[in-house]
Write a protein that binds this ligand. Structure first.
Ligand code: HEM
Length: 376
């Protein structure tokens, strides 16, 4: 009697398990199909501004300013993001002499032209922490003496074109609404819960949590040895494009960086110093453009989506050289801190597009003004 009961129970549990496995597989299959359908082209080549977007921006500025206040070092107010610099260096950006005519847009219009530029290399965190801690790494390039009307009406005297990038191809949020929700949760110390805003599983952002974790990567051996991505899209003449700057060791004299002590808090600055100042060897990169094909899944309004290289490859438009130089002096470091980079410092041919870039327009200006006004 007892044995029969056990057998029945065993059969029941076995069947239940089979059902559960079957249902799990079906759920996985359906969600994979749903994801593939949701992430397939064509997409709009135009910006689509959701209602209420600009209203959220004010709240985000307040959070950013709160972070700047919390993280100030003594009397100095730092950036809300990418607070720690490894250095600001002089660079030269040279348009390829034989550039394909279709790629001759904006500051890349004249083949062979060399722009003088400034470059700031940074860690992503709002707090200047040890370089060995997992983080995004930033590169901001500012082309100087750029002719033509600047995008920001009150910045006409600048004559600049900035390229602001970090070391991961996609962002941990899609749009302004998600950024507002996520960042206010993070500012309250709820790092992981920021991706699970409610009990409804449809609001969970598991994919975005994985992007955030992947963005916080171990350090490169040197800031000159990693690739930096625009993440968000920009105009490229009449087209839309993302860009990236990748190391080009063959463009420069061969160089092997001596092993750095990664336990030192600022070893990325030391690595830069060793190459440029001590060993006096230039560092080389290529600046590359990936043009949008709206027939593919290359959206403008979702920065969490990496535009696949298998859909459209990156094309080199310019070479970037950081010549040997002495950049690590108190005066140059102070000037570096007082500098502002902003994706909106530039010309119409490279206008930032998409929600996250629209948000950055207000936030960079507000935070930059805030810290400059207090760092007199
Ligand atoms: C597309 C994704 C983004 C990338 C690639 C990016 C990259 C960077 C980099 C490299 C810097 C340092 C610039 C420098 O060296 O001075 C920076 C600064 C900054 N970022 Fe972003 N960022 C992104 C998105 C955002 C978003 C969504 C916000 C907030 C709305 C934001 C807010 C800021 C602020 C406030 C600064 C400091 C500005 C200053 O005080 O001068 N960023 N960002």
């Amino acid at each position: 009697m007892l044995a029969r009961l056990w057998l029945r129970l065993g059969a029941f549990l076995g069947k239940t398990l089979l059902w559960l496995v079957g249902l799990g597989l079906l759920g996985w299959l359906l969600s994979t199909l749903w994801f593939a359908w949701q992430h397939s082209g064509p997409v709009s080549p135009d910006e689509q501004i959701p209602p209420g977007e600009s209203a959220m921006t004010q709240g985000i500025i307040q959070t950013a300013v709160r972070i700047v206040d919390q993280h100030r070092e003594g009397t100095r107010y730092l950036r809300d993001a990418h607070a720690k610099a490894h250095g600001c260096v002089k660079a030269e950006v040279s348009v390829l002499p034989d550039l394909d005519p279709a790629l001759r847009q904006g500051v890349f219009a004249e083949p062979g032209k060399t722009w003088q530029a400034m470059m700031r290399l940074s860690n992503g965190n709002a707090y200047p922490q040890f370089d060995s801690i997992r983080d995004a790494r930033g590169m901001a390039i500012k082309l100087l003496n750029v002719p033509g009307k600047q995008l920001l009406a009150d910045q006409q005297a600048r004559g600049e074109q900035d390229f602001v990038m970090f070391s991961h191809p996609n962002f941990f949020v899609s749009d302004v609404a998600e950024y507002a929700q996520n960042v206010s949760a993070q500012a309250d110390g709820k790092q992981v819960m920021a991706f699970f805003p409610g009990v409804d599983p449809r609001s969970w952002q598991v994919r975005h949590l994985f992007i955030a974790l992947a963005t916080l990567a171990p350090p490169p051996v040197s800031p000159t040895q990693t690739t930096y991505f625009s993440v968000s899209p920009y105009k490229f003449g009449a087209a839309n494009a993302k860009f990236r700057v990748a190391p080009d060791p063959l463009g420069c004299p061969a160089y092997v960086l001596p092993k750095q002590n990664q336990d030192l808090p600022n070893f990325l600055r030391s690595a830069l110093n060793q190459q440029l100042s001590t060993d006096r060897v230039a560092a080389c990169f290529v600046l590359q453009i990936q043009r949008q094909n709206p027939q593919k899944f290359m959206p403008i309004e979702d920065t969490s989506v990496e535009w696949k290289e298998s859909d459209v490859p990156f094309e080199t438009v310019a070479k970037v050289v950081i010549p040997a130089q002495d950049f690590d002096t108190p005066a140059l470091n102070l000037a570096c801190d007082n500098q502002s980079f902003n994706p909106w410092f530039g010309v119409e041919a490279h206008r930032p597009i998409g929600g996250i870039n629209r948000l950055r327009k207000a936030v960079y200006e507000a935070v930059s003004d805030y810290r400059h006004s207090r760092n007199l």
